[in-house]
Design a protein around this ligand. Structure first.
Ligand SMILES: *[C@@H]1O[C@H](CO)[C@@H](O)[C@H](O)[C@H]1NC(C)=O
Ligand SMILES: *[C@@H]1O[C@H](CO)[C@@H](O)[C@H](O)[C@H]1NC(C)=O
Length: 190
């Protein structure tokens, strides 16, 4: 059931961490809008296998049936998928995406997903939490609602796109586009 995967997966993969340190000078209250926080872009690959890394825990009640790309309205999935640096499942693991997804459209293609993406890559450790809509067969952007560790105070979005929905293990490309607003980088880390 790629479907499951589709809806369940919110998420993500890692990558090439290119740290674009913005030339953010010390924030000046009078030039707030001109200051640039730091940004970080990375791409990872999320792998999901039904009944191994993702499970349907509540059956849906209406609409489309279970198919390769759909799940009934109300279906709830829970997943914990590894994130690798390349599309190849055997490549280095850079993190894990854990969360759940609820099918929210009668055509069975849309879901609301909440996930925590934990990363340990190139010296950066921490997590990014996302909450947003996922489309089973198309790219979807999930707003970042916050982070921990090296990702504390991060904002931005995480785009997931299907790479391979065939077979028992489906793969999604996960592109994280993170941004730290001005001043946040000077705030104390919990
Ligand atoms: C996953 O497990 C459920 C419950 O045992 C089963 O009904 C379903 O067919 C399994 N799905 C796959 C793809 O193996
Ligand atoms: C996920 O990655 C961990 C750490 O590399 C590994 O031990 C585990 O077997 C992987 N899980 C799957 C389902 O590939």
């Amino acid at each position: 059931m790629a479907t499951v995967t589709g809806s369940a997966s919110l998420l993500l993969c890692l990558m090439t961490i290119s740290f674009v340190a913005a030339a953010a000078a010390t924030p000046s209250p009078s030039k707030k809008s001109e200051d640039h926080g730091k940004t970080l872009s990375l791409t990872l690959y999320q792998h999901e296998t039904i009944n191994k890394t993702a499970y349907m825990v509540v059956d849906g009640v209406a609409g489309a049936g279970v198919s390769q790309t759909t799940t009934p309205f109300g279906t709830i999935y829970v997943f914990r998928d590894n994130l690798t640096v390349h599309a190849d499942r055997a490549s280095a693991v850079a993190g894990v995406a854990e969360g759940s997804s609820v099918t929210t459209s009668l055509d069975g293609l849309l879901s609301l997903s909440a996930a925590k993406i934990t990363l340990d890559h190139r010296g950066r450790r921490g997590s990014v939490s996302v909450l947003g809509g996922t489309h089973n067969t198309k790219p979807a952007d999930h707003p970042v609602v916050g982070g921990t560790g090296d990702f504390a105070y991060a904002l931005g979005y995480v785009r997931t796109s299907p790479v391979d929905l065939r077979g028992s293990t489906v793969t999604y490309k996960m592109e994280l586009s993170l941004y730290w607003p001005p001043y946040a980088q000077y705030a104390p880390t919990p």
